[in-house]
Design a protein around this ligand. Structure first.
Ligand SMILES: Nc1ccn([C@@H]2O[C@H](COP(=O)(O)OP(=O)(O)OP(=O)(O)O)[C@@H](O)[C@H]2O)c(=O)n1
Ligand SMILES: C[C@](O)(CO)[C@H](O)COP(=O)(O)O
Length: 409
């Protein structure tokens, strides 16, 4: 089914719904400093990796996260820029209860299909999500699973082997598990009202409710982080990938402002006495405007006009420091770390050299990075063009930011 027809099949309610269950306490992982879904792997919370995959998938509409009542702040922090796209509900005392509460929160969106996923499976991939969605039918669920590879033994009460169990046809179940929305919700509601609480996954509830479930190939990478060791291995795996393909992004920005009558110009946050000033809606700090665009460019966040429209009277005469600090905040909210910033000012006058140290200090404070990571350069335009005729000042800026994760394949 094509992406478009898939969306159509999901109805006008906005695509395929997702319930991510994250209300467990992670007793088996035994982390003293908080539940496993908020432990950091590859520099970010486990659940942040999981959310990345679902929220960047083109077919996914509403996403509900079922959390523990104590974890609202942890989720807010971990979700970062994703937070506003999420519907958050408080989960229940078991996975089954959390899924049910998540499904109830999706009722208003009325998706045709729903995927239920463990927050603690951060290595799910888009291909696996596609396969699962593809296999959901009007009255058929879909379960990604892998054939069991080990020989299976049943243990007796005395710790001895009772029997060897045939592994023929046995599979280890993964998530996301996919279902037509209303039949799954009805099955959960029925189980709840009958006090049946023993189901460890949704395919088991579907089986009980006579909803057929098709097995699709799971992924060996899609492990559930259950034990402390799983978290440590996941961290190592991401860190080694990041060392191979670190997500370093570069942005550039350019700006120009014309002179008008005045007595000083503001460049890179420093007021320099001069016989004219730069004309502009704000303080016309051409260097900071170019840098704002360069920072925004590293995370595809538009340009300075997107965030501070010149038509908005509140930015009249504003100190351009506000623009740079806002862009740096957006970068940080995405987990980015500014590695360096480089600004070239192009003008015949005033002379920039005597103010370079003050500009570097000002930028260091604005960006929260060491002065050695900041470079401010100046050049004349050899009397060529509008800059050469002394009609204005131009600036070019470059910023490099290291973002969490690796460059996608
Ligand atoms: N009351 C619960 C229990 C579990 N889960 C979620 O279900 C997923 C899979 O469960 P599991 O690995 O068993 O997580 P925990 O219950 O947290 O772990 P443990 O059993 O070791 O305490 C996890 O994302 C977990 O947060 C949930 O939403 N609500
Ligand atoms: C749903 C599940 O991920 C399928 O493998 C798994 O059953 C959930 O974990 P739990 O340890 O059974 O709660």
């Amino acid at each position: 089914m094509s992406e478009a027809s898939e969306k159509q099949a999901a109805g006008p309610s906005g695509g395929i719904g997702v319930v991510i269950v994250a209300a467990g306490r992670g007793a088996r992982a035994g982390q003293a400093d908080g539940p496993k879904q908020y432990q950091r792997i590859g520099g970010r919370a486990v659940i942040a990796h999981t959310l990345d995959i679902f929220l960047s998938h083109p077919m996914i509409g509403s996403v509900v996260v079922a959390i523990h009542g104590d974890d609202a702040e942890l989720l807010q922090h971990a979700a970062g820029v994703h937070a506003e796209r999420l519907i958050t509900v408080i989960g229940g005392p078991s996975r089954q209860a959390s899924v049910r509460l998540g499904l109830l929160a999706l009722r208003d969106q009325a998706p045709a299909k729903v995927l239920v996923h463990d927050a603690v499976r951060p290595f799910v991939d888009a291909g696996l999500i596609d396969r699962t969605i593809e296999a959901i039918g009007e009255r058929q669920g879909a379960l990604p699973a892998l054939p069991v590879a080990d020989t299976l033994k049943r243990e007796s009460a005395t710790g001895m082997i009772d029997e060897t169990v045939s592994r023929a046809g046995l599979h280890a179940a993964q998530t996301p598990q996919g279902f037509p929305f209303w039949p799954l919700l009805a099955a959960h509601e029925k189980a709840h009202h009958l006090g049946k609480t023993e189901f460890t996954d949704d395919a088991a509830i579907a089986e009980w409710a006579h909803i057929p479930v098709k097995i699709v190939p799971g992924s060996p990478d899609n492990v559930k982080l259950t034990w402390a060791r799983d978290i440590a291995l996941a961290d190592q795996r991401l860190l080694s990938a990041q060392q191979r393909f670190p997500d370093i992004r570069t942005g550039n920005g350019y700006d120009v402002h014309a002179f008008e009558p005045g007595d000083h110009v503001t460049l890179c946050g420093v007021a320099i006495p001069y016989e004219r000033k730069l004309s502009g809606h704000s303080d016309a700090d051409v260097g900071l405007h170019a840098l704002t665009d360069a920072l925004l460019a590293t995370c595809g966040a538009g340009d300075i006009g997107t965030h501070f429209p010149p038509s908005d009277p509140q930015w009249k005469g504003a100190a351009s420091k506000i623009f740079v600090e806002h862009a740096a905040k957006l970068v940080r909210e995405r987990g980015g770390r500014i590695a360096n910033a480089d600004i070239t000012l192009i003008c015949e006058a005033p002379r920039v050299g005597p103010h370079r140290a003050a500009m570097t200090q000002a930028l260091s404070a604005m960006l929260g990075i060491a002065p050695e990571r900041i470079s401010i350069k100046a050049t004349t335009n050899e009397k060529l063009g509008f800059v050469g005729r002394g009609e204005g000042i131009a600036a070019i800026a470059t910023a490099s930011v290291v973002y969490p994760g690796e460059v996608p394949a």
